[in-house]
Unconditional design. Structure first.
Length: 183
């Protein structure tokens, strides 16, 4: 009887280990259903919409998100693209575009903390001007990278949350560098 229990426990442990293996190993090109963008990211992301307050007022925001399985032990917590329509008046001149980018990045900062002012810097993503921040709080074991830019009358936000102290540069670079605005 004791041998049966040990065999059963060993099988359960093995199945748990196999089911918990990292699924960031399989990456695919994801193209948005509306054709707005494509990006190389972990396979099987989830797409959903939410109505929320944006820099342009209350709007539907489209999300494409990959998170690891609950029990998965790997180096990433999240890969995400969010995007929404950007009215043309916000891109009519540089001052309005810069104000829209600043408002958008400040709203994204609030998704992660309201306690600290996270510094931002200008960035170019896929040939478009934008803003970026890296949130690296000392008390946690994660680092967050967010890039926001406006292209083809859409505001895009690309987000990666990774565990610290893991070699993630290749995957993070692949995600950001593979992003393409399509229409």
């Amino acid at each position: 009887m004791r041998t049966k229990i040990h065999v059963i426990m060993a099988c359960l442990f093995a199945s748990l280990c196999f089911s918990c293996s990292s699924n960031t190993g399989k990456w695919d090109r994801y193209t948005a259903k509306d054709g707005a963008f494509s990006v190389f990211m972990p396979a099987t992301p989830e797409a959903y919409d939410r109505t929320e307050v944006t820099a342009f007022g209350k709007q539907v925001v489209h999300y494409v998100t990959w998170k690891p399985a609950t029990f998965e032990l790997n180096k990433f917590r999240l890969f995400q693209i969010s995007y929404t329509d950007c009215p043309p008046q916000y891109t009519s001149d540089s001052a309005r575009l810069n104000a829209a980018l600043d408002s958008s990045i400040n709203l994204r900062k609030k998704d992660f903390t309201e306690e600290v002012d996270i510094p931002t810097q200008p960035v170019e993503q896929s040939g478009y001007r934008g803003r970026e921040f890296i949130f690296d709080p000392a008390k946690t074991n994660v680092i967050t990278i967010v890039k926001v830019f406006i292209a083809n009358h859409k505001r895009f936000a690309l987000t990666v949350i990774a565990k610290k102290d893991y070699p993630t540069n290749a995957e993070v670079g692949n995600f950001f560098n593979s992003f393409q605005v399509l229409k």
